[in-house]
Design a protein around this ligand. Structure first.
Ligand SMILES: Cc1cc2nc3c(=O)[nH]c(=O)nc-3n(C[C@H](O)[C@H](O)[C@H](O)COP(=O)(O)OP(=O)(O)OC[C@H]3O[C@@H](n4cnc5c(N)ncnc54)[C@H](O)[C@@H]3O)c2cc1C
Length: 523
């Protein structure tokens, strides 16, 4: 193995890379109605302000969010803003929406997919605003991902989500083409995944294979002899059993999918604004206890506005009926702005998601496997796949977190090139002998939105803040789940329940109960 002289520093991938009321039918909608009808004036009329709100727990970190603005002051502020705009002739001033029905925080693949599905289903009846702090997505997980799609999971929910995504990608032209534009070039390569198991893990692989088949996936279980016959370039040493996806598995261009979701959502009417969610403002709802299932101890405050810091330092607020936190590896911090992990009771438990740095190495091996090459996962956890043609590949390995393979610091996205030599290369070269002479040409690093509880997604409304939905913690398999997650969150918001794939088990409740829902197949 060798490195190209003057290791290229630049990663490859980035370059390719309301008071309107929402007529919602179910419980999210009922909550929304109560929120939106409780304006400052409405509160006064209802005598709400005369009742001192009981505050056993103070859910909102009010020091981070300004108090609700007096309507007259607000009108005066908007008027003076407008006058300043006219006076200064800043015709390029960015429009900033003051209200919407659904405010999505984080416009990566999750936020964009959710915006797309909401607008596709609800049309102009639902105003959607997506707040994204960095429209270049320079450090977002989405464009830095490997773009793999597989059904080889241990949990039915994950299998079903990926199966839907494969179907969606195959029909991406129909779903995502923006009128007047070329169809999006998602570049789905359906070459399958090949998971190789050691003797110790063979039983688990077989068990997972059965679950996958029961859920409609098409897999072939392979003995070492069959593996050798099918892929002659593999060294089967140390492999007791392998599983190969026969269809609906492979990889695609993650940046192209993000761009396609975002563009289509915008065409359907979603508004994307650039700014960072820096706090929430809440509102006291006096009759929360009469809201049936939604009544929770201390739950008399509801999230009312997101406080957004713009790039020029201005601070704006967006009023919304429903908020979605889809801020990738930063979602725990966004949730913290709403008091999650800072309060008592249901607010005591933080979102267990943190950034974990993962390296991807781009290398050349002229004699490596050709076109008939799936995304291979070695028993060691090392993986690779083809990157185009001409002997180029990308690969890597997640650290085991042990003393000799610790988690790297997530303070920055610097690449450790030595990690490839010390922890990755020998596994790849053992599995594919022609990789002995590979040459690393470049590399990049990205953040997994890593769920420390069970390496699995957290999807759905928060048990305290019923108007705050979450979609996070995908721990390395989020890109492929985005089409299904976008649809699922939309179902929950518009229908009040999951209508297609039941993702109830993936809710935050399991975090509160400290009952992990482990996904065994983490790469
Ligand atoms: C190296 C690597 C390889 C991967 N390989 C695969 C793979 O093969 N298959 C797969 O399915 N998945 C893979 N993943 C995982 C996948 O990339 C993620 O799960 C997925 O991209 C998460 O999408 P997201 O929209 O939640 O997060 P992101 O893409 O990170 O988007 C979140 C957005 O929120 C914004 N944001 C954060 N805080 C705020 C705030 N306060 N206000 C406003 N905006 C904010 C960020 O700027 C960001 O753009 C990989 C990840 C990495 C790092």
């Amino acid at each position: 193995m060798s490195f190209e002289a003057g290791r290229p520093a630049a990663p490859r991938t980035p370059a390719r890379r309301a008071d309107t009321m929402l007529s919602l039918s179910a419980r999210a909608g009922r909550l929304a109605a109560r929120q939106l009808h409780t304006t400052a004036a409405g509160r006064r009329a209802a005598g709400a302000d005369e009742q001192p709100p009981p505050t056993p727990t103070e859910p909102i970190r009010r020091e981070r969010a300004p108090p609700p603005e007096d309507p007259f002051q607000r009108a005066a502020r908007i008027f003076s803003d407008d006058m300043r705009f006219l006076w200064e002739g800043k015709k390029s001033r960015t429009f900033f929406p003051s209200h919407c029905d659904v405010c999505i925080i984080g416009g990566g693949i999750m936020g964009s997919a959710i915006a797309f599905w909401l607008k596709l289903r609800a049309g102009p009846g639902v105003q959607v605003v997506v707040v994204e702090r960095d429209s270049t997505y320079r450090t977002a997980s989405t464009p830095l991902s490997v773009g793999g799609l597989r059904q080889q999971f241990s949990l039915p929910e994950n299998i079903q989500m990926s199966m839907f995504s494969a179907q969606f990608l195959r029909n991406a032209d129909r779903f995502l083409t923006v009128e007047g534009d070329e169809p999006p070039a998602i570049q789905f390569h359906p070459h399958g995944y090949l998971m190789c198991a050691s003797p110790e893990k063979a039983e688990l692989l077989e068990q997972n294979y059965r679950t996958q088949m029961e859920n409609g996936a098409k897999m072939e279980l392979m003995t070492p002899a069959r593996l050798q016959e099918r892929f002659p370039w593999i060294n089967t040493d140390g492999v007791a059993l392998a599983c190969h996806g026969q269809e609906n598995e492979g990889w695609f261009d993650p940046h192209a999918l993000l761009s396609a979701f975002r563009r289509k959502a915008i065409q359907l009417g979603a508004e994307f604004v650039e700014g960072e969610a820096a706090g929430f403002e809440s509102r006291y709802v006096p009759n929360m206890q009469s809201m049936g299932k939604q009544s929770v101890a201390g739950g008399n405050y509801v999230l009312d506005r997101a406080v957004i810091r713009l790039k020029n330092g201005d601070v704006k607020t967006v009023k919304a009926a429903i908020f979605v936190a889809s801020a990738g590896a930063n979602t725990a911090q966004v949730a913290r702005l709403a008091g999650i992990g800072e309060g008592e009771g249901l607010l005591a438990t933080p979102v267990p998601v943190e950034p974990r740095k993962r390296y991807v190495y781009f290398y050349h091996s002229p004699d490596g496997p050709g076109l008939d090459c799936p995304l291979l996962i070695d028993p060691s956890g090392a993986y690779f796949r083809r990157e185009g043609h001409g002997g180029h590949y990308i690969g890597g390995k997640s650290p085991t977190g042990t003393a000799d393979d610790p988690e790297p610091s997530a303070d920055n996205l610097d690449v450790d090139y030595d990690y490839f030599q010390s922890h990755v290369w020998h596994h790849l070269a053992h599995r594919v002998h022609s990789f002995e002479n590979l040459k690393v040409k470049s590399a990049w690093a990205g953040y997994y939105d890593y769920n420390t509880l069970d390496q699995n997604a957290i999807i759905g409304p928060h048990p305290h803040h019923h108007n705050l939905f979450m979609a996070t913690g995908f721990s390395g398999h989020g890109i492929q789940q985005a089409p299904a997650v976008g649809r699922a969150i939309t179902e929950h918001i518009l229908d009040g329940e999951y209508r297609t794939i039941d993702l109830t088990r993936m809710g935050f409740e399991r975090v509160l109960a400290n009952q992990p829902l482990y996904e065994q197949n983490i790469v």
